[in-house]
Design a protein around this ligand. Structure first.
Ligand SMILES: Nc1ncnc2c1ncn2[C@@H]1O[C@H](COP(=O)(O)OP(=O)(O)OP(=O)(O)O)[C@@H](O)[C@H]1O
Ligand SMILES: [Mg+2]
Length: 460
């Protein structure tokens, strides 16, 4: 059974029970008060006849009372203390049995209120006249008219019940639709997602639990979509990145194999082959590294080191490459400090960032490595005066294979893995990475350690 049907049915049954019970109670109450009103008015009439008889118990008065009642829909029976009828507006054979058998009474009471079974409802008022004679005034009212009134009342109630049921049903359908529509939409969306279609759009209209659920499903779909796209791009990039250098290697190997080739040309081809195969192997190394990071089998072995002493040899190693490109590489260890680093991994971080500064700056510019310590924040930043990164691209710069320049020429040739690896390594070191860049001005990559003092204390 569908959820909406089930929910609707339950809802309807509950409402039906509530409505039936309240209608029954209301009906009971109305009927009871109707009967009570009739009995009260009978009692009042009986009492007024009693008052008359108590002051004047004469045959004329009796006759008068009987005559009065025979003109209305009520009846009167007057009996003496022995139970014999003195006068009556009802024929004797029609008299109800309880009138003749009645027990001695001192005050007025209801003697019959069963309007369903009996022919009459009845009250009695005892009297004691001035001349000492006693008796009882019975007032009767035929239940026919009462039954008719109640029948009519039942009829009205039935109509009311039907109308209310109809409105309940309509509201019920409307409410269930309102409630289950977003659920059905979400079910369809998750179904789509499970079939690999992540292009679902769930409008989040409300701020309640359903809205939150829709939002979660939407963000799940977006995330999966992103992952799928990333995976596709990843595979496409890998194959592309491998194909390009392999084409070069194959091409130059073919050229180099030719006989009668000048030694200098052969050397040049071999150099290119060497360069390209280094590229492939470094890329495979990067990929392997990232695979390890993804599997969480990757760990760093941190040691406490003086950052200036650590950076200086790297700076010396990198400087010739910068000089070759006409870029001035500066090292400004303003304040040195100690940090916990894995030397091999951290060198990888610095070299990757320097490699970018070198690749994306032009001759005549300056790249600066700076060390700073302000309060409990220590930082290493590498600033270049290169072409910078467009502002809208900065959020994606740490993604794998992301490059601002989409064309993968041999000259501008990165793969787009450098910063992805840097970001994961920095995180593994418990530091934070920030990238500030302005197009045509330059880029600053900063690694910040916080609360070095605490680190120091905890390891000392
Ligand atoms: N210092 C920088 N100045 C200008 N653009 C930069 C700089 N650093 C990175 N970028 C941009 O960010 C992109 C991603 O950098 P990343 O280091 O991840 O990849 P890559 O340098 O292209 O390739 P790889 O480092 O894997 O050889 C680069 O392609 C480049 O467009
Ligand atoms: Mg790079």
């Amino acid at each position: 059974m569908k959820f909406s049907t089930k929910l609707g049915l339950w809802f309807f049954i509950c409402l039906l029970i509530i409505e039936s019970v309240s209608m029954l109670v209301l009906h009971r109450h109305v009927v009871d008060s109707l009967v009570k009103e009739e009995l009260d008015s009978l009692l009042a009439r009986g009492n007024s006849h009693r008052d008359v008889l108590e002051t004047s118990f004469t045959p004329e008065t009796l006759q008068h009372i009987v005559l009065m009642e025979s003109n209305t829909d009520t009846e009167v029976v007057i009996i003496d203390e022995n139970g014999s009828v003195i006068d009556s507006s009802v024929q004797k054979r029609n008299l109800p049995h309880y009138i003749i058998q009645s027990a001695p009474l001192t005050r007025e009471v209801v003697v019959q209120d069963d309007w369903k079974q009996e022919a009459f409802i009845a009250t009695v008022s005892p009297f004691l006249s001035e001349d000492g004679s006693t008796g009882y005034v019975y007032m009767l009212k035929s239940t026919n008219s009462l039954q008719k009134v109640i029948q009519q009342l039942n009829h009205h109630f039935a109509i009311a019940v039907v109308i209310i049921m109809f409105f309940l049903l309509v509201t019920n359908i409307f409410l269930i639709k309102l409630l289950t529509k977003p659920l059905i939409r979400m079910k369809d969306a998750t179904h789509k997602i499970s079939n690999g279609d992540f292009s679902v759009k769930l409008p989040v209209k409300t701020k309640d639990e359903l809205g939150e659920l829709a939002e979660s499903i939407q963000s799940l779909a977006n995330h999966l979509n992103h992952l799928q796209k990333e995976r596709k791009e990843f595979l496409a990039s890998i194959s592309h990145e491998l194909r390009t250098p392999l084409t070069y290697i194959k091409g130059y190997a073919d050229l180099g194999r030719k006989p009668n080739l000048a030694e200098s040309a052969r050397l040049e081809y071999l150099n290119i082959i060497h360069e390209e195969s280094t590229r492939v192997s470094s890329m495979l190394e990067d990929l392997f590294e990232m695979a390890k990071m993804d599997q969480n089998t990757f760990s760093i072995q941190p040691q406490r080191m003086d950052i200036e002493k650590f950076i200086r040899p790297i700076y010396e190693k990198a400087r010739p490459a910068f000089e070759n490109a006409g870029i001035h590489l500066m090292f400004k260890p303003n304040q040195s400090f100690e940090v916990l680093i894995d030397p091999r991994r951290f060198e990888q971080i610095v070299l990757n960032v320097l490699d970018n500064a070198l690749k994306y700056s032009s001759a005549g510019s300056t790249t600066t490595i700076q060390l700073n310590k302000i309060g409990n924040e220590s930082s290493l930043s590498i600033k270049d005066e290169g072409k910078g990164i467009p502002e809208e691209e900065i959020p994606f710069i740490l993604d794998r294979f992301y490059r601002v320049e989409k064309s993968r020429s041999r000259l501008t040739g990165g793969v787009g893995l450098g910063l992805a690896i840097v970001s994961e390594l920095v995180e593994a070191h418990g530091a934070t990475l920030s990238i500030n860049s302005k197009q045509h001005v330059g880029t600053a990559v900063t690694i910040v350690w916080k609360e070095i003092e605490d680190d120091k204390n905890s390891t000392d």
